[in-house]
Design a protein around this ligand. Structure first.
Ligand code: F0G
Length: 357
């Protein structure tokens, strides 16, 4: 029986992997591209959701981490380090555990989701909460990697971008061409850069006939690329993308230029509405940062910027179970409390509004 072999083996001919590369994989990639009828009906476009929450640690980071950890081990690294808003730390800790090396992870104190924190701890990451924000963590991680024997696995490491570009390959493989538009969340803009590279390579190799227009979205309180200025104190409930000084800022501007793309900002309330639409109408549960792809599509549709019949792919980057608290919030900020009933069929039927047949 065939089992998906992970992105390094599946796309070995398009990545810098050789006989000398020890392949550290948990079977990442090969994620579903789900037709989203409810979103197609709302917008008149043909909308697909690339569900990256299905990856081994529940986010797209695994595509880049299999490459970064494999290359680190190839180069003899015994320890890796990263700064993270949570998902990178979960992925780095898991892949380092699988490889038998150490992962040190720096996260902003009190600002990462509980599911992600538990993952880093479960996989034996050396977890440090830094008394600052993500940008402070990344500064320290870069400093350490430059001056101590630790290998940096943030997306400033090109191996991460290389691994992540495979998501674009999978989309072209399934659709038979690139989509017209690609919507995704933007934090450091590593993934925006990676998709653009994957699509460009598909175009150059004649696997695709066009580049999609790359549409990236930041949370309104953390939107440096949109405003053109570093945000000193970024704020948003979408903690994964609470980043004020994106590492791949210039690469992202280049990618926008190349693809006739766009960067927009979405407020937290619209992010949470989009999360609910996706979970209740499409059946896909994502963390808030990922829902910004959906919110971005709805906003651009409202603005008349998405032509009817266009093929649109939305990357939803992380699983909803990583940060489940938001689904349990009511619109007025209260807490959802499931109805309690006695052990009695008639009482349950009554609450459900069912009449006896
Ligand atoms: N979505 C999720 C769920 C993320 O965790 C991230 C980034 C992004 C989108 C943005 O991707 O940075 O390539 O633009 N998370 C990083 C982390 C910062 O540490 O897990 P980007």
């Amino acid at each position: 029986a065939h089992q998906w072999q992970g992105v390094l083996r599946e796309y070995a001919d398009r990545l810098d992997v050789t006989e000398a590369t020890p392949i550290v994989t948990l079977g990442e990639g090969g994620t579903p591209l789900i037709p989203a009828r409810a979103l197609s009906e709302r917008t008149g476009a043909n909308v697909y959701v690339k569900y990256e929450g299905i990856n081994p640690t529940g986010s797209f980071k695994d595509r880049g981490m299999t490459m970064a950890i494999s290359k680190a081990v190839e180069h003899g690294a015994k320890a890796v380090i990263c700064a993270s808003t949570g998902n990178t730390s979960a992925s780095a800790a898991a892949y380092a555990a699988h490889a038998g090396i150490t992962a040190a992870v720096l996260v902003p104190e009190g600002k990462i989701a509980m599911g992600k924190l538990s993952q880093a701890v479960a996989h034996n990451g050396q977890l440090l909460q830094i008394q600052g924000n993500f940008d402070d963590c990344l500064d320290i991680a870069r400093d350490l990697a430059a001056n101590y024997p630790v290998h940096l696995v943030n997306s400033v490491n090109n191996d991460r971008i290389e691994g992540q570009k495979t998501a674009a390959f999978e989309i072209v493989d399934v659709l038979g061409d690139a989509p017209d538009f690609h919507f995704l969340p933007v934090g450091n803009a590593g993934n925006y850069t990676a998709y653009t590279r994957g699509y460009r390579e598909d175009l150059e190799a004649s696997r695709a006939t066009k580049l999609p227009r790359m549409f990236g979205f930041q949370a309104a309180g953390s939107a440096p690329i949109v405003s053109g200025e570093v945000v000193k104190h970024p704020e948003t409930i979408a903690s994964a993308i609470r980043i004020g000084n994106p590492a791949s800022w210039q690469l992202a501007l280049d990618a926008r230029e190349l693809t006739d793309g766009y960067f927009g900002a979405i407020d937290d309330a619209a992010i949470l509405r989009a999360q609910k639409i996706l979970s209740s109408e499409v059946g896909v549960f994502v963390e808030p940062a990922s829902a910004i792809s959906v919110a971005g599509l709805l906003e651009r549709h409202e603005a008349g910027q998405v032509p009817a019949g266009a093929t649109v792919v939305l990357t939803v980057t992380g699983h909803g179970l990583k940060d489940p608290q938001w689904a349990l919030r009511t619109d007025d900020g209260g807490e959802v409390t499931p109805t309690v009933v006695p052990v009695d069929t008639a009482a349950v039927a009554d609450v459900l509004g069912l009449a006896r047949a």
